[in-house]
Ligand binder design. Structure first.
Ligand code: AMP
Length: 302
């Protein structure tokens, strides 16, 4: 039997990020970048996205080295997607300074043959219209998760609600859950979202961890306590990628696997926020990951 893979569609970007620890200009980022790197600790990945002619070969090579197939990472004439943000000193809130879609404008990817309907699919944060387009093209029979953000709830709510009827897991942060549902209380928000048709909901609460809701299981995971947070960019995407990568590796969505997938998502996100861009994530090893998971277990057992 061929090993199950995880296909990921989302943004590959150049980010300019400012936090109280410094500024980085045009560093590698994007929802699909962080998600693919997070997932690659557990399962092979098909990355589906687009970059411009300014995107260096060394990043393609890095993805390939980490078992992230780039057959679906199209290189087009033009500039790579760009995003700039500045974080408040508390590192909890950020202001988006600019978004330049560039090659993403109207992008509809070729789906490579390496993407099989039976594989799992992560629709990482990107325009829900494009997420839905991919869904229809791939016609997946595996597990499907979708991540989103405030601007899509604001501007493409109808498309997002349509997509929710087809997918298995929705990931979003607490503010977005409130925004999507119109409910202040997160339990009520989860109920509303589940009535929209999605089976499982993960509400990410940044430094306060994550909540999981499904009909049969509710579960809470605290965040891993860190001494140094440098740049929170990509934490949510890393979480989503790691969670789906773990479930892809296990190939069975049992209660234990679901619980553990949230823990692995949490721990890998903790590596992301320690450094700028992808440095914390690519700088870690499976050994360091497992060590942190063990420590997390000690911190949370009672
Ligand atoms: P997160 O911190 O998990 O919300 O993810 C931040 C990453 O998402 C950055 O690397 C950005 O390049 C990417 N990003 C920001 N805005 C968008 C957008 N509108 N569509 C797709 N990706 C985005």
């Amino acid at each position: 039997m061929t090993r199950k893979k995880l296909s990921i569609i989302g943004s590959v970007a150049f980010d300019t990020v400012e936090t109280c620890h410094g500024r980085r200009k045009n560093v590698l980022g994007g929802s699909a970048t962080f998600a693919s790197l997070g997932a690659s600790f557990f399962s092979p990945v098909n990355l589906i996205s687009v970059v411009g002619a300014d995107f260096p070969e060394k990043h393609f090579k890095m993805f390939e080295r980490l078992n992230i197939d780039t057959a679906g990472l199209e290189k087009k004439k033009g500039r790579t997607f760009r995003w700039a943000a500045r974080y408040d000193p508390d590192l909890l809130h950020r202001k988006t300074l600019s978004v330049n879609l560039n090659v993403f404008d109207g992008f509809r990817p070729e789906i490579p043959e390496t993407v099989r309907p039976s594989d799992n699919l992560l629709l990482a944060n990107i325009d829900p219209e494009l997420q839905d387009w991919i869904f229809r093209r791939v016609d997946p029979s595996g597990l499907v998760a979708c991540d989103t953000m405030n601007i899509w709830i604001e501007n493409k709510k109808k498309h997002l609600l349509k997509l929710l009827k087809k997918i298995d897991i929705l990931l979003l942060n607490d503010e977005e859950a409130r925004q999507l549902s119109g409910e202040k209380n997160l339990l009520e928000a989860a109920k509303f979202i589940s009535s929209a048709g999605v089976r499982m909901i993960v509400i990410k609460k940044g430094e306060h961890g994550a909540l999981f809701f499904s009909r049969g299981l509710s579960f809470i995971v605290p965040a891993y306590l860190l001494e140094n947070v440098t740049d929170p960019t990509g934490a949510g995407d890393t979480f989503a990628g790691a969670m789906m990568g773990y479930l892809t590796m296990k190939n069975r969505n049992s209660e234990t696997n679901l619980r553990r997938s949230l823990v692995y998502g949490t721990i890998l996100a903790s590596f992301t926020v320690e450094k700028f861009s992808i440095d914390g994530l690519v700088g870690t090893t499976k050994g360091r990951l497992e060590k942190r998971v063990k420590h997390f277990e000690k911190l949370t057992r009672y």
